[in-house]
Design a protein around this ligand. Structure first.
Ligand SMILES: *[C@@H]1O[C@H](CO)[C@@H](O)[C@H](O)[C@H]1NC(C)=O
Ligand SMILES: *[C@@H]1O[C@H](CO)[C@@H](O)[C@H](O)[C@H]1NC(C)=O
Ligand SMILES: *[C@@H]1O[C@H](CO)[C@@H](O)[C@H](O)[C@H]1NC(C)=O
Ligand SMILES: *[C@@H]1O[C@H](CO)[C@@H](O)[C@H](O)[C@H]1NC(C)=O
Ligand SMILES: *[C@@H]1O[C@H](CO)[C@@H](O)[C@H](O)[C@H]1NC(C)=O
Ligand SMILES: *[C@@H]1O[C@H](CO)[C@@H](O)[C@H](O)[C@H]1NC(C)=O
Length: 280
């Protein structure tokens, strides 16, 4: 309840101060340096040459406290993201934020007339009303991969989240986040071999169920990162994907190659997907 009330307050604030809101863009690169070599992923039918191919897909520069923190390709029909793209730069210690879920005011049309809000995006209520199967929001850009507290807060938007089973998020995907983090921390670097840097894409494959008859419940989540090898300077990438189901326990996962993930995605999108340009 508290969450829902809070989000309504946020809408009112956002409509009153349009200057603070995020921006919808027509190309991914306008959001900033979140895409490797500025060559966006190619997902036939959805995204090519950095632009969306259908009106229901929106590019959201995820702006929070005056800075664009990451970018999301959002599917307004399924009301879940296709993916979020971010740059992993290692983490520092900060207190985990406790703030309510935020909505994306850019997806709410502006104008003077009356309208129903949340027509094009998920809202807290979708996760609370008649949630027979206990889905919870799973973030694509996870708080555990953010470099500072404000970026951590910026991930708490439902446009960066998909409905997942609790046992998926807390057991499988948590371990995926930890495993990729450890790998990037020890293997990834920037040009000067000084700092940790990796370009990450994390997405979801739409499934056949809907939360509250509105929000698609994805069948899978996937993640991929690309970075420079710390010792050699050549490009390296690793990936993982998992079915959205309740896992009882997961002790160990093995990261996969970029090609393996692309092959898997091809089965589901029935088209060739290219996530990174020239990686590994
Ligand atoms: C709640 O959701 C279930 C499963 O989707 C559906 O069968 C049921 O009719 C819903 N109940 C209400 C009150 O909407
Ligand atoms: C994030 O990291 C903390 C500390 O390592 C861990 O307890 C937590 O389960 C992780 N994941 C999430 C989603 O908070
Ligand atoms: C770093 O990369 C190597 C080679 O792929 C791998 O064997 C190792 O496990 C990675 N380090 C971590 C901490 O994941
Ligand atoms: C980086 O390159 C070195 C030297 O070729 C190799 O031993 C190591 O496995 C590579 N690391 C990764 C993460 O691929
Ligand atoms: C995880 O699995 C790999 C391969 O199956 C194995 O080599 C490794 O020891 C396992 N790690 C843990 C912590 O169980
Ligand atoms: C996606 O791939 C999985 C595994 O190959 C398959 O079970 C599933 O039916 C596919 N889904 C779609 C929508 O193609």
């Amino acid at each position: 309840m508290r969450l829902f009330v809070a989000s309504v307050v946020f809408v009112l604030l956002a409509l009153n101060f349009p200057g603070i809101v995020s921006k919808l863009e027509n190309t991914l690169n306008k959001c900033g340096d979140f895409i490797l070599n500025k060559m966006s992923p190619v997902i036939p039918g959805i995204l090519e040459n950095s632009v969306t191919l259908k009106d229901c897909y929106k590019i959201i520069c995820q702006k929070y406290k005056n800075k664009i923190r990451f970018v999301t390709l959002y599917d307004t029909e399924n009301k879940i993201p296709v993916f979020s793209a971010y740059k992993y730069t290692g983490i520092t210690k900060f207190r985990r934020p406790q703030i309510p879920w935020m909505i994306e005011s850019q997806l709410e049309p502006s104008g003077a007339e009356m309208r129903v809000p949340f027509v094009t995006q998920a809202r807290n209520g979708d996760y609370l009303i008649n949630n027979t199967y206990n889905y919870i929001p799973g973030a694509l850009f996870p708080m555990n991969h953010t470099a500072d507290r404000e970026t951590a807060e910026s991930t708490l938007t439902l446009t960066n989240s998909v409905p997942v089973k609790q046992g998926f998020r807390d057991r499988l995907w948590n371990l995926v986040e930890e495993t990729t983090k450890r790998y990037m921390d020890s293997n990834c670097t920037d040009h000067n071999k000084k700092n940790i840097v990796a370009y990450v894409l994390t997405g979801a494959i739409p499934g056949n169920e809907k939360l509250n008859n509105r929000v698609n419940v994805p069948s899978y989540m996937w993640t991929a990162f690309c970075c420079k090898n710390k010792t050699q300077g050549s490009w390296v990438s690793k990936t993982y994907w998992g079915k959205n189901m309740h896992y009882k326990n997961v002790n160990n996962i093995t990261l996969q190659s970029l090609q393996e993930l692309q092959n898997f995605l091809k089965e589901n999108f029935s088209k060739n997907i290219k996530l990174f340009n020239n990686c590994g």
